[in-house]
Structures are given as C-alpha cells and as structure tokens.
Design a protein around this ligand. Structure first.
Ligand code: SF4
Ligand code: SF4
Ligand code: SF4
Length: 304
C-alpha cells in the first residue's frame, strides 16, 4: 500500500494513499468539525464546515472529501478557516429556532457544540424563517424540519443502510426541505420506524419520541449491548436514567453494524422494563394491540 507523508498543524503524518485529510487529522487526534459527513454513507462535502487551509491551494478545501497528497501542508484552525466556519454557523443559525433550552438534542447537538466552540451566537434578524409544522404523526419519531440543517445524513442513511429510500430532498432554494415519500407526514409514509435516521441526525430535527422529554443528554448513562437475534451480533446503546432504561438507540454507521428493526424491537422487549405495546393503525389512528394481533397470530392461537 502506497503511503503518503503530509503535515497537519505542524505534525508529520503518514497515512495510506486515498485517506482523506479529515481522516488523517483524526488519526493524530485532531477533530475537524463536520455536520454532513458520515463515513462511508454521506461523504458529500456539502456543509463546508470541515474546510481547512492547504498551503499553495487557492481556496479553502473541504477536508472530508480531500485526499491526502505527498508533501501537503494543512492548517485546520488558521484564522481564515475559523472565519469561514463562523460564517457558516451564523448562516445556519439565522434560520434556526433559538430553542436549545428545551430541545431534546441539547448536549449532543453538533450545531450547538460547534456554535460554542467558535463562539457564534443566535442573531436577531428580520429575515425569512422556515415555518414547518412539527410532524408528530409517527409514534416513534418526532420530526421538526425547522431545526433541520439539510445535511442529508438521514437521506443517505435511509437509502443506503436501511435501503428504504423514504427520505429525500424536496423543493429548491429557501424552500428546500427533507420529505418523506412524495412529501407525506411520516406516519403516512413508507417509513418502517427503524430509527436510523434519528441516530445520524446531528441536530434536533429527528428525535426518538419515546425518549423525548424524559432526560437531558447529560443525565443519561449509555450501555453498549449486543443483539442476539442473528449471527451478526450488532452493537447498540441502551439509554438509561437512574438505572432505568429509557430506550434503545441504533448506533451510527462506522461504530459497529447499524441495528435492524427486528433487533431494535427485540432489544427493547428484552431490556426495557416497560416495553411499549405494539401499535396498529386502525381508522387512521394508531391504537395499542396485543402482540398476537400485531403478529397476525390471533387466528392460529384460537385454533390451538
Ligand atoms: S437542534 Fe441544536 S442548536 Fe438547534 S435548538 Fe436543538 S440543541 Fe439548539
Ligand atoms: S425511521 Fe428508518 S425507514 Fe423511517 S425514515 Fe428513518 S431511516 Fe428511513
Ligand atoms: S433531518 Fe437531520 S439528518 Fe436529516 S437533513 Fe435534516 S439535519 Fe440532516
């Protein structure tokens, strides 16, 4: 394997050819901010917050899609880089609800983390803002498109990991937003509620409805557990507060295999002291039903 030598923030680095500057920086403990980047799933260089300065390059470069080159000299926090990141954050926050006090994502939100890191505050302005209706139609997923930063992680995850392709970008320009199927509410879409899009959303646009309002991120303990439903043995996370399980979280791709729906439900039943009863849609309403009814076993049980 061809090895490449470069310098990042004055530190010599040797990595395999084809490695991105972001991954090379990560290998020596330098954390370049990223909102849209999701390794192997969403490598599109769209949010631009990962820009770095490369000596002799004419413009700042998106490090998540920039392959290393021999002799490259990279600066990840130069004044020009910091200025660019601040501008990007200001633009995002200009059309974002100032809602951190009650947002369920606070404490785990990448936008919040980077705004703090680069000292960018919400601005008062008279510009147009999105006015999306909060989608509560899916019993498991709370969707607030007002908080969406259009990173595309959920879209790629739903199509590549879950292979459902429920989500996509709809409209254009200021009206651009994430749509389910042909712009349906989630509860009426082909979504199977696997929750993977929730685990990759960097902000509070997609929240696990079952955990919403139950604990702040910093109050929860996380326990890694393996699924036993198949030979893959996926790793995933139990969220607990005061020792009580609040919910099950699918892991991000790249941190072990992402959890399938069967695994998620079975782990929920195994670990949650009060597992939710299944919900079925009847007359346009979700109602609690027995497992036998949900699994279509009622007739079989009656015959036994
Ligand atoms: S999504 Fe992040 S930045 Fe936006 S309100 Fe929630 S915590 Fe704050
Ligand atoms: S919950 Fe799963 S199927 Fe539904 S939109 Fe998200 S990733 Fe796609
Ligand atoms: S819903 Fe979340 S993951 Fe999807 S595009 Fe918006 S911010 Fe990104």
């Amino acid at each position: 394997m061809n090895m490449i030598n470069l310098t990042i923030d004055g530190i010599p680095v040797k990595v395999k050819s084809g490695t991105t500057v972001m991954e090379a920086a990560k290998s020596i403990g330098i954390d370049i901010p990223a909102l849209c980047y999701l390794k192997g799933v969403n490598e599109v260089g769209a949010c631009r917050i990962c820009v770095v300065e490369v000596e002799r390059a004419r413009t700042l470069q998106a490090s998540c899609v920039l392959p290393v080159a021999e002799g490259m000299v990279v600066h990840t926090e130069s004044p020009a880089v910091v200025e660019a990141r601040k501008e990007i954050l200001k633009l995002i926050l200009d059309n974002h609800p100032n809602d951190c006090l009650t947002c369920d994502k606070a404490g785990e939100c990448k936008l919040q983390e980077y705004a703090y890191r680069y000292d960018v505050k919400f601005r008062e302005h008279d510009g147009a803002r999105r006015n999306a209706i909060i989608d509560t139609s899916n019993p498991y997923i709370l969707r607030d498109n007002n908080k969406c930063i259009l990173c595309g992680r959920c879209v790629s995850t739903c199509s590549q990991i879950q292979e459902r392709s429920v989500l996509s970008f709809g409209e254009r320009g200021f009206e651009t937003h994430i749509i389910a199927d042909n712009d349906r509410i989630l509860g009426e879409s082909s979504c199977v509620s696997c929750g993977r899009c929730i685990s990759v959303c960097p902000v509070g646009a997609l929240i696990d409805n079952r955990i919403a309002g139950k604990a702040r991120a910093w109050e929860t303990e996380k326990e890694e557990v393996k699924c036993t439903q198949c030979e893959y043995g996926c790793n995933f996370e139990l969220l607990k507060k005061d020792g009580v399980v609040l919910g099950v979280r699918a892991k991000e791709p790249g941190e072990g295999r992402p959890l399938c729906l069967k695994g998620k439900l079975s782990v929920d039943l195994t670990y949650n002291p009060k597992p939710l009863a299944p919900l079925m849609k009847k007359d346009d309403q979700y109602v609690e039903v027995s497992w036998a009814e949900a699994l279509g076993l009622e007739k079989i049980i009656d015959k036994l």
